[in-house]
Design a protein around this ligand. Structure first.
Ligand SMILES: *Cc1c(COP(=O)(O)O)cnc(C)c1O
Length: 496
């Protein structure tokens, strides 16, 4: 080898600046004009594959500037933009611009936040972020935890801590066989699919979940919860965990957390809250009664890439007694000499969760929390809720729309054509077909992006506003777009 390597992957300082500035210009341009573009070009995978070309792995390199330029062109012209003011599908927020810069900075420094020695200041920033998130949602700042990739991982991380805490002592060595009893978890039937994955992943099996029916308000029916626990006890099983949902994915309902906390106390169960969507709303003083009981949770999953507007990916697990994370995840292989320190204060995040090497996801969250502060979030989250309420109101007052539900920043509604004669046989079935076709049409059309929900057997359009760019005008326009497209599809379907 020569004395001076010239690694092809290196980029000179001058070139880095040229490419970087140009990229920043393009991104700034995108943000500036995003409201004038379509939410999505709605292109088929086939068309996109054609665009990429069916080429094999490059044998040799190409100039970085060219590749970055092509990549930004591809992404800017062929993406769905959840940063668009009329995007309100599923639960994906507009990315906070400061988070974009944070991710760039994080990857430039590239701290490995698995071990403190590899990420001295980054570990401290993550600790502070975790503390601030606990304060944000109104629990004790002594909760501990870590940043993970999203809501699913946040819930998984808590699930394994819960089952390790509640299982017989030998669980880590002997596995589930160390328990003669089947360990049972309880949750509302509206709970997100993560719970099924968790029981499969950690060996409990999906039959160890009791899906508790909901009451008329769509909250977990806590009488039925208690009955189910008692039934399982009679059967000789071991109830170990109850999941309360703070903002269910379909309609945004928050379970009666305080009552669930009470039941967990009586039966000595781990109380977990899945707050991936809704728990940031606990920052709003007027909404605090809805979140009563949060302080009692043994663990909480939240998702900064939803209602804290962090760019993907950022989830967070908070645990009341962080020792439970260490109990579940810590091990000390001889090839790590991470634990030596003077003050006993080192914190190695690989001992807190499932990942080993870890990126610096906390940075973008930490930056946004400082940029706007608690008050900035109170305002933005409140506005999102007000816009969802406006959407509900407009649907309620429109002769061709039926407003169905409104909780937090989620509104469901459906299109019911005026020229609709209720003598159509199976008219509920027809309305479901019509609204399903309408969701498909809207999602492809690119004027607005809504998703769907099924509420009391009705196929609904669903708007979830975790979008600081959405305005009153967008909501008014969305209503018009829905009705216009609805009429078109009705005419097409009805004439058949
Ligand atoms: C979004 C969501 C999840 C999953 O979170 P991801 O970030 O998509 O992994 C889990 N539970 C609830 C209530 C959610 O809203």
């Amino acid at each position: 080898m020569r004395d001076n390597r010239e690694p092809l992957i290196e980029i000179s300082q001058e070139e880095f600046k040229t490419i970087g500035y140009e990229l920043i210009d393009r991104i700034a341009g995108l943000m500036d004009s995003i409201d004038k573009t379509r939410v999505t070009p709605g292109e088929t995978p086939k068309k996109l594959q054609h665009l990429l070309g069916h080429t094999s792995l490059p044998e040799n390199g190409s100039p970085a500037e060219e590749i970055i330029s092509r990549a930004s062109e591809l992404l800017i012209n062929h993406s769905l933009f959840n940063g668009h003011p009329k995007f309100m599908g599923y639960i994906t927020s507009s990315p906070a611009p400061i988070g974009m810069l944070g991710d760039l900075l994080a990857s430039a420094i590239n701290p490995n936040v698995g071990a403190q020695i590899l990420s001295p200041i980054a570990t401290e920033i993550e600790k502070q972020t975790v503390q601030w998130l606990a304060e944000f949602i109104g629990v004790s700042p002594n909760y501990g935890g870590l940043l993970v990739s999203g809501g699913n991982m946040a819930n998984f991380t808590a699930f394994l801590a819960a089952r390790t805490a509640k299982a017989p002592k030998g669980i880590k060595e002997e596995g589930l066989a160390s328990s003669s009893k089947k360990m049972i978890a309880y949750c509302s039937k509206t709970t997100h699919t993560w719970i099924e994955k968790a029981t499969v992943l950690f060996g409990h099996g999906s039959k160890s979940v009791r899906w508790i029916p909901t009451d008329s308000l769509n909250k977990m029916d806590n009488d039925l919860l208690e009955q189910a626990i008692n039934n399982d006890l009679k059967e000789g099983h071991q109830p170990f965990m109850v999941v309360g949902t703070a903002g269910d994915v379909s309609t945004g309902v928050v379970d009666n957390l305080n009552a669930i906390a009470g039941i967990c106390r009586i039966y000595d169960l781990w109380f977990h809250i899945d707050g991936a969507y809704g728990i940031p709303a606990a920052v709003i003083p007027e909404l605090q009664p809805m979140f009563e009981g949060v302080k009692e949770a043994d663990s909480i999953a939240l998702d900064p890439h939803k209602w804290l507007y962090a760019p993907l990916e950022a989830g967070c697990t908070l645990v009341k007694n962080p020792q439970h994370l260490i109990d579940a995840y810590s091990s000390h292989p001889e090839y790590y000499n991470f634990s030596k320190n003077d003050e006993g204060a080192s914190q190695n995040y690989y001992e807190f969760g499932l990942q080993n090497s870890r990126g610096f996801r906390a940075l973008k969250v930490w930056l946004a929390l400082q940029q706007v502060g608690r008050n900035g979030y109170v305002k933005m989250i409140n506005e999102d809720i007000e816009l969802a309420e406006l959407l509900f109101e407009l649907a309620e007052n429109h002769s061709e729309l039926e407003a169905i539900s409104q909780n937090l920043s989620i509104t469901t509604f459906r299109y019911v054509p005026r020229a609709y004669t209720s003598d159509i046989e199976n008219h509920e079935t027809y309305l479901n077909t019509l609204n399903e076709a309408l969701v498909d049409e809207l999602q492809q059309g690119g004027e607005v992006f809504l998703s769907n929900a099924i509420v009391k057997d009705k196929y609904c359009l669903r708007g979830c506003i975790v979008n600081f760019r959405t305005s009153k005008k967008d909501i008014e326009e969305i209503v018009e777009i829905v009705v216009k497209q609805g009429e078109k599809i009705h005419n097409r379907l009805y004439e058949k």
